[in-house]
Write a protein that binds this ligand. Sequence first.
Ligand SMILES: Cc1ncc(COP(=O)(O)O)c(C=O)c1O
Length: 399
Amino acid sequence: MDELALRGGKPVRDKPLPPMYPGAMFIDEDEEESVLEVLRSKSLFRYYGPNLLGKVDEFERRFAEYMNVRYSLGVTSGTAALYVALRAIGVGPGDEVIVPAYTWISTPAVVAAVGATPVVAGIDDSLLLDPEDLEEKITDKTKAVIPVHMRGSPCDMENIMRIAEEYGLKVVEDTAQACGGTYKERKLGSIGDIGAFSFQLNKIITSGEGGAIITNDEEIYKRAVAAHDVAAYYRRPGYIPPLLGLNFRMNEITAAILLEQLKKIDRIISIMRKRKREIIAGIADLGLELKKENDPEGDAGVCVIFYLPNAEKARLVAKALNAENINAHVLYRPDAIDGHICRYWLPLLDKKLKYDRKTFERALDLLGRAVHIDVSPLLTEEDVETIIKGIRKVTKALL
Ligand SMILES: Cc1ncc(COP(=O)(O)O)c(C=O)c1O
């Protein structure tokens, strides 16, 4: 047992919290049957086969319906979705694309991969793109901005869209971590020009790997189709796509899983939201500074984050919570490489990234003081009670 737990006496829980793989933990005979159906059809490729079931087509239809948009396209990953999105809106060499200081490294990496320059803008107390700093970072080369809805939490889309419109920027919403979340009742990913999604194992719904884009713009959709399929130019006779694609096509098995996961997404999110509300209510009187939410109703509820006055305290509290069997971590540590943090993009992207010290320092300060606790959809009432008890015990002892 941890030394801190010993000092704190008996832990509030005697076993770890349930794992945080929201969609994956809801996999059951529905996904099994759907996958078997595809295997039995021997038609695993989306465009043809001996007995094609059209699962990818169906998933795209259902996903577009769910997101309330005209078009959706399945791809192989969230990174592929971002890459296809940037190609679809015509980003290329000489362009700058603004990304937030806190996002998975895929976001700046795809900007560099299409030959453009990722420009790092700051985050505010929501840990999401700071609209004020976005405006600061715009130059005459800026072509697009990628707001990223990290940890299920919606960006300040009202101000981001206003600024984008004023400066003529395209908006790509990185919705990898927030599928099903909303901002002012609109689905995340459907507000900008194009939205990108990931269905990797940690995500709200999953097929292990997988991704999608959504858009209301027919031209962007056509370009995305071309960008994600090297043979798109002869699949539709008479149509020559405006760009050279590579292959990021979704397969029928992936879509078979996602069709079932999509039926469960609202249930998963409503449980997480309920559990998050209960935890927050249970610690409301402690005076902890909770992470700012741009739309608390729209937040997908995947975690609780609170700030402590300094990084040292934050690390101590996270350590003590772990000793109580409450899995918590600080979002940035100077001694632990993490691809979500701008500082740790430098070894790979240093020469390609445009950034400044002040933006990094502010982001690292906020992330270094942020204590994060997952809100699994498998949390029971008893789990919630022990999380509340643990936070109360640890903060009382250490703050
Ligand atoms: C914010 C963000 N963007 C992009 C990605 C990339 O998605 P994938 O891992 O499916 O390529 C992820 C997920 O890993 C992510 O969290």
